[in-house]
Design a binder for this molecule. Sequence first.
Ligand code: COI
Length: 358
Amino acid sequence: MTQFDVVDHPNPTPAERIAEVLQNPGFGTNFSDRTAVVDWTADAGWHNARIEPYGPISLDPAASVLHYAQEIFEGMKAYRHADGSIYTFRPEANAARMNKSARRLALPEMDQELFLASLEQLVAVDRDWVPSGEGEALYLRPFMFATEAFLGVRPAKEVSYRVIASPAGNYFGGELKPVRIWVSRDYSRAAPGGTGDAKTGGNYAASLAPQQQAIEKGCDQVLFLDPLHDNAIEELGGMNVFLVTNDGRLLTPQLTGTILEGVTRSSVIQLAQDRGLRVEERRITLEEWDRGVSDGTITEVFACGTAAVITPIGELVDGEKTIASTGTGEVTQAIREELLGIQTGTVEDRHGWLHKLA
Ligand code: COI
């Protein structure tokens, strides 16, 4: 396995401060002491793998990521099990997706071995940062960006890959409760042939103005529609969507190239099939959602993602109209508990999804 050089940390965070952070991790505001770094150049390929103290990055102002957004990322979590060991979930899927994103953004691909080594060796030294509360984990954020100082528009010949780690609780803050979703009618997230199925910062940048509208309307997240037909649902700003029916089906928009293939999405599909639900990946219109909720055939709706895990959707606001679903339904609750149970080692990992980090 690739060995990362561990650079000495001059002043690691004292145990009392880590304990304080882990008391109430929130999402994305606190970071562990170290970061994994690997450099890439067109001539030398991937090299200089190291674990450095976490801190600001020095970048040339002409670095192409700052101008043309040549960047991709992943989102994963490290879970503390009862015996103190630390696992992550389906990292091979993230490695494969990062390479798919890399191909779309003309960034270099990375061997799964190096990707896994970066996670293992970072978490080995920062293991004290993994929380153990219900629904909590150390969020791992691998990312890759173009560092070459060049203003011509072409793939950069110098790239940096990093992993940072952030103790995480509920993505939406506070206790788990149904969220309110705003239907974006003014903006779409992605179009056929675009970057919708790549995990790249630009997709999230494009979601910010609609997300702002959602907040102004008292909602937590935005729902994007099919950019061509305007009545089928696609995904939320950073999560996939599922609907549960009263006759044992689970519906989710099919992957068209404009939707991100979530690792949690694939896992929910598998767990639902395991419990006998019939999964339909297909076009789902807003009319079907509305009608189903009104006539009782759609009983639950939820969002899922690495950061959000499984979060029930309470209300969908489409302009002046609101479609109100039930709170946290039984199927949502059961799949959430099973998924979290597998991740945290209290439910059998029958699909071999766990990967030991430390
Ligand atoms: C994740 O669920 O890991 C995501 O990437 C969504 C978001 C926080 C950007």
